[in-house]
Write a protein of this length. Structure first.
Length: 126
């Protein structure tokens, strides 16, 4: 049986937008709301180049990555063809207008993934 952690109210998530949920370990989780008030949660990392999905535009049940416009399914995290890749998905429960995420997933799911770092790979020394 899952233990659920209250994250926010549905109304706290902008329509066609998102909120980020910080975790003690690993990248943030992005919680999305579409125009039908459906709520979804994905790791806040595009499978392409690691862009922050929470800054993307929500349309239907998809989000467009703000870096290269990849279309990512909110239901399953899959990139739309011809692109390939998947953003890890998190279980969401909505009850009486309150949004909950699975507490075990928040602490353990996809904690090994990181965001790519821009800039030189190593620091030059004199």
């Amino acid at each position: 049986m899952s233990e659920w952690k209250k994250i926010c109210l549905v109304n706290d998530i902008p329509v066609l937008g998102s909120r980020r949920v910080a975790r003690a370990q690993g990248l943030d989780v992005a919680v999305f709301r579409n125009s039908e008030d459906q709520v979804f949660a994905l790791l806040d990392r595009c499978p392409h180049k690691g862009g922050p999905l929470s800054q993307g535009i929500v349309f239907g049940t998809r989000v467009a990555c703000p870096l290269h416009n990849w279309s990512i399914g909110l239901c399953d995290g899959q990139a739309a063809a011809p692109d390939e890749g998947c953003a890890p998905r998190f279980a969401v429960k909505v009850e009486s207008g309150e949004v909950y995420l699975d507490a075990d997933e928040l602490t353990a799911h996809a904690t090994d993934l990181t965001r790519p770092t821009a800039g030189p790979a190593c620091k030059k020394t004199a």
